[in-house]
Design a protein around this ligand. Structure first.
Ligand SMILES: C[S@@+](CC[C@H](N)C(=O)[O-])C[C@H]1O[C@@H](n2cnc3c(N)ncnc32)[C@H](O)[C@@H]1O
Length: 246
C-alpha cells in the first residue's frame, strides 16, 4: 500500500501559491543517501550548541500563530510589490523561533542543483573524511516549501534585517530510540537577537545580521539578509551598496 510522506501531508496556509507544494518538513533528492540523512541526526559538539525547537513549535499548523503570508500591495516603492512576503502574526520577542526553512534537500553536485533557483539555502557541510571530500547539502524551496520561502531580503525595505536563518535541532520520530524521538538538524527563521551580533546568521546568499533586534510587532514584515552574493550571482543590483553587508 502506498504511504504518504508526512512532510507533504499538511494543509497550506492562506495566500499559498497553488503551483507550489506545501510541506511540513524536508523532502530529499534521491542523491541524498541514507548516510547523509543520518549525519543530520548525529550528535556533535557543534550540534550541542544549537537551539532546540520543540515538537509543538515546529508542528506546521502552529506556524500560523507566528507568521502569515501576504501579497505586498503597499507602499508603492516596496521593491517586491505584487509579490508575496512573510509577516509576523503576533508580537515576537528577540530570538523567537518563527518557522523552519523546508524544501527539497539536495547535494551541491551540479546535476542535483537548480542554478536558477531563487529559493536555495545552504544547509549543512558534510564531513570530509566520511563523505570523500565532503560537499554540502542545500534546501531548495522553489517547487515545495512552507511560509519561510516568502521571507524577503531587507534591502530597499528597511535599514536592517529583523530576522535571520539559524541552524537548529528539531525532534523527529525514531524507531531506534526508546523515547521514540531524536534530535535532527534543520534551519529555521528566528527573530534577530537583542544585543550582540547574531552568531548563527546565514544565507540564501551569505548575509549576516548585526543583532540588536527589538523583536517584531504583529503585522510587521519579516526581513532577512540574503547577502550580497545572492544578488551578485543573479545579476540583480539591489545589493550593490555597502548597506548590504556580506
Ligand atoms: C525567497 S523569494 C522571497 C519571496 C518572494 N517575494 C515571493 O513572492 O515568492 C526571493 C525573491 O523575492 C524577491 N525579493 C526578495 N527581497 C527583495 C528585495 N529586497 N528587493 C527586491 N526583490 C526582492 C526577489 O525576486 C527574490 O529573487
Amino acid at each position: 500500500m502506498a504511504t504518504t510522506d508526512p512532510a507533504t501531508a499538511g494543509s497550506p496556509p492562506e495566500n499559498w501559491p497553488e503551483e507550489v507544494q506545501y510541506l511540513t518538513d524536508l523532502t530529499y533528492s534521491p542523491a541524498v543517501t541514507p548516510d547523509m540523512r543520518n549525519a543530520l541526526g548525529r550528535p556533535s559538539t557543534t550540534a550541542e550548541s544549537l537551539d532546540k525547537v520543540t515538537r509543538t513549535l515546529v508542528s506546521a499548523p502552529n506556524n500560523g500563530d507566528r507568521v502569515g503570508i501576504r501579497t505586498i500591495a503597499s507602499p508603492a516603492h516596496h521593491p517586491a510589490l505584487g509579490q508575496r512576503g512573510l509577516f509576523a502574526a503576533a508580537d515576537m520577542p528577540p530570538s523567537s523561533f518563527l518557522c523552519l526553512y523546508v524544501g527539497r534537500v539536495h547535494t551541491d553536485a551540479r546535476e542535483d542543483t537548480d542554478t536558477r533557483s531563487h529559493y536555495d539555502l545552504s544547509f549543512h557541510q558534510l564531513d570530509k573524511e566520511e563523505f570523500g571530500g565532503g560537499g554540502g547539502l542545500s534546501i531548495d524551496a522553489t517547487n515545495c516549501g512552507n511560509e519561510s520561502r516568502m521571507a524577503n531580503d531587507f534591502y530597499g525595505i528597511a535599514d536592517k534585517a529583523n530576522a535571520e536563518f539559524r541552524d537548529c535541532l528539531v525532534q523527529v520520530r525514531s524507531d531506534r530510540r526508546r523515547e521514540g524521538w531524536k534530535w535532527e538538524r534543520r534551519v529555521g527563521i528566528f527573530v534577530c537577537p537583542a544585543g550582540l551580533a547574531a552568531a548563527g546568521a546565514r544565507r540564501l546568499g551569505a548575509g549576516k545580521t548585526d543583532g540588536g533586534g527589538a523583536g517584531l510587532k504583529a503585522g510587521e514584515e519579516v526581513l532577512v539578509n540574503y547577502g550580497r552574493e545572492y544578488w551578485d550571482s543573479r545579476n540583480m543590483t539591489v545589493h550593490k551598496t555597502s548597506a548590504s553587508g556580506t
